[in-house]
Design a protein around this ligand. Structure first.
Ligand code: HPA
Length: 273
């Protein structure tokens, strides 16, 4: 199951530069100002934020693997925003639980940075620990707790993570919707959902949201010098907070139900970033 990015002697940053070059060639856009990773429920935003200049199957770009999960998209789009900026929209996320290693997980973020992006918008579908978020709330990520025991950084690379989820960008998002709540995102490895006891642990530690993606990506974005905006769609209350069992189908359905609303919200936020 070795991913090409993990082969010996491979420089992940060189592969990301190569991927960015391929995207520039295929899309005709040499510089992207902002990048978005669209998780469960957020895919429709790609249509709403602007005019699609180019849509490329991620499998045609070096370092990207095919999506492992039904409901994940698998394309990379170049979108011209109404404000004239260019957005790179990544519908292809590699999760840590796929076992391709951390380099594969953060390749999209490093590619976005190599493509010129100064702002990285990371979205996901996640479980909510706060009951008031039942029914598909969109929540800003204010900070994270990384419970994967992994880092995308290699060697003695000491990176500050203070204000990782930019307060400036959260404030801009609140100019669009002043009611947006925020919370601390706990990344578990997955792919199993958490046990109720693990959810209680996350809550005790200060967590509000449980998920399987964004923390590792955010760390790589910070290393690459990008400003990060994180947003979660609460597709379900976390295990034990809701009394019914969790299912992937429930997560997908909640994503579908919320898609139009949260995509419109994201489209309004993106032009401000
Ligand atoms: N836990 C972890 N990841 C998730 C959840 C959850 O409850 N819902 C959607 N993604």
């Amino acid at each position: 199951m070795t991913h090409p990015l993990n082969a010996e002697g491979v420089d992940p940053f060189a592969i990301a530069s190569e991927a960015a070059k391929q995207i520039a060639e295929k899309s005709g856009i040499t510089n992207h100002d902002i990048a978005l990773t669209l998780g469960s429920g957020w895919a429709k935003a790609a249509d709403l934020i602007g005019e699609t200049v180019s849509e490329i199957p991620a499998s045609q770009i070096v370092g990207f693997s095919k999506p492992a999960v039904v409901g994940h998209v698998g394309t990379i789009r170049s979108v011209r925003l109404p404000n004239g900026k260019h957005a790179l929209v990544i519908g292809a996320r590699t999760h840590f639980y796929e076992n391709h290693g951390v380099r594969a997980v953060v390749h999209s973020v490093r590619t976005a940075a190599a493509a010129g992006a100064k702002v990285m918008v990371l979205t996901n579908g996640a479980g909510g620990i706060r009951k008031e978020w039942a029914g598909g709330a969109a929540v800003l990520i204010s900070d994270h707790i990384n419970l994967t025991a992994a880092s995308p950084l290699e060697g003695a690379t000491f990176i500050d993570l203070t204000d990782l989820y930019s307060k400036r960008l959260r404030d801009l998002a609140r100019e669009v919707d002043s009611t947006l709540d925020e919370g601390v995102y706990c990344q578990f490895r997955g792919p199993h959902y958490e046990t109720p006891a693990e959810v209680q642990m996350a809550k005790t530690m200060g967590g509000d949201i449980v998920g399987m993606s964004t923390a590792l990506e955010a760390i790589a974005a910070r290393q690459a010098g990008m400003e990060v905006l994180g947003m979660s769609l609460i597709t379900n209350l976390a295990a034990g907070v809701q009394s019914t069992p969790l299912s992937h189908e429930e997560v997908l359905q909640a994503g579908k139900d919320a898609e139009a609303r949260i995509s419109e919200l994201l489209a309004k936020i993106v032009v401000k970033l």
